[in-house]
Design a protein around this ligand. Structure first.
Ligand SMILES: [Zn+2]
Ligand SMILES: [Zn+2]
Length: 133
């Protein structure tokens, strides 16, 4: 599939050419900071599928965690566009930054161990306390 997206202010834009590896909803504590408190919805793509077409993202990685993800965001408006996890060769795209977020449908629920009581899990979707397999 071909998709495009970018940050809230438009200084950062990306294009995707490839098939999703996973679509999901993540309840981890880290995602709660970035989403504003709700679970984070994401689509994972193979690394070569995602390219920045405008601007260069600022990156951040926590140094106090063993396998911290590299987080990419717009240095002007702060929108978090993408994450590069360690140990999983993928670019994780934040669904809200797609031009058309309606392509998303949750296929898996991950990190349910960190779920808050006010989070909602859709019916009929496999739920994992941490990660599948
Ligand atoms: Zn921006
Ligand atoms: Zn998460």
């Amino acid at each position: 599939m071909h998709l495009e997206g970018g940050c809230y202010c438009g200084k950062l834009r990306y294009a995707i050419d490839g098939e999703p590896m996973m679509m999901g909803q993540c309840h981890c504590r880290e995602c709660q900071y970035i989403s504003g408190g709700s679970p984070n919805v994401f689509i994972a793509f193979p690394i070569p599928a995602v390219t920045y077409t405008k601007g260069t993202p600022k990156t951040f990685m926590r140094e106090d965690l063993d396998a911290a993800a590299t987080r990419e965001f717009c240095e002007t408006c702060g929108t978090h566009t993408t994450t590069r996890p360690q140990g999983f060769p993928a670019v994780i795209v934040k669904v809200g930054t797609l031009d058309d977020p309606s392509v998303f449908a949750p296929g898996v629920i991950i990190q349910a161990a960190d779920k808050q009581a006010f989070h909602r899990i859709p019916e009929g979707v496999p739920v994992f306390e941490r990660f599948p397999g």
